[in-house]
Ligand binder design. Sequence first.
Ligand SMILES: [Zn+2]
Length: 392
Amino acid sequence: MKKFKILDQETIKQINKKNIIQLLYNKSQITKQEIAKELHISIPTVISNVNELIEEGYLDEAGVAESTGGRKPIIVRFLPDARYSFGVCITPSKIRIALINLNLEIIKEDEFKLSEDIESIDTIMDKIKECVDELVNGFNIPKDKIIGVGFSLPGTVNEEELLLVNAPNLKLNNIDFKKYEKLYNYKFFIENEANAAAYAETFLNPDKVIKNLVFVSITEGIGAGVMINDNLYKGNNKRAGEFGHMTIVKDGKQCNCGKKGCFELYASEKALINKYNEGFNVKDKNLKEFFRLTKADEKAKEILYSYIDYLAEGIKNIILITDPEEIIIGGKIAYYEEYFKELLMKKVFEKNSFYTKEECQLSFSKLKENASILGASLMTMQEIFFTSKKII
Ligand SMILES: [Zn+2]
């Protein structure tokens, strides 16, 4: 016989509080009566939970609304600066550190570049700590208002053990973040960068409910975050979504992961920039300069078309494997969608007997290169907003 879990009073209360806070996060202010109606809970339950949330500093009362008969309803307001967290994005070329409030707004950020010969992870973590401490002191934030530090990492992450299992592009493996958590004295959360981005993209899109999506993060490498039925799918060994390392060219270029012909060697931002630098015999050029050239220059167009060919092949495979409602392309390249979206769509949705563009949307991230850092910060807020970890 199927067993039902019996929820105790305390659990029910926690669920109600989280639902209230999520509702307030979306609506920013609302009356107690409206909360009761939206969440299908009684007014006394709303009052007692709201009082606790006011005491904890998450909400306050902000006047009264017009009465529709009887006493004027009290308006409750969400206080986004009740707590803060840090989002930290570690990539092979630079580290970004952002102080973020509960509205997922970046209050202030800092970054530093990594030198060519990769510095030791101890040194990197020391430098990040310095930045974190400076931001906390600079804004005079009491330490108990910081709920944690969330790290977005380019590799396989065991978030339960706080272990970065493997990050080929950083040449790191088995890095235990518990060691650094002790040094920082803040609670740590770690996640793969594309997973973090997928998470942010789902949460920060309250108007459009997408339960099944794949976020393809195009940066120096390519990662993917897979959301299935509103949960992040991490797989049996936390490696799901490593689409950047699926073989796109048999016996192709040598990858840092040990394999050959991986998707990211042909379709990452780095791959595109390298082709541009090689083709035009230039150095240190960026995406902006490249895409501007593609307007008129035939050679630049050729480089772009070849890039889109590879990108489309990979996306087609991802659609066949995961059958999502939406594929979201993220990373800096999302700023330049106008230059290649049409062609990419044409190639991805060319005649096939499986799917049409009506069945699977292809879009570009609205959060652009902030998706991962916001997702990392969102991980620290799980206990405030969500009743479960949303990871399967
Ligand atoms: Zn690879």
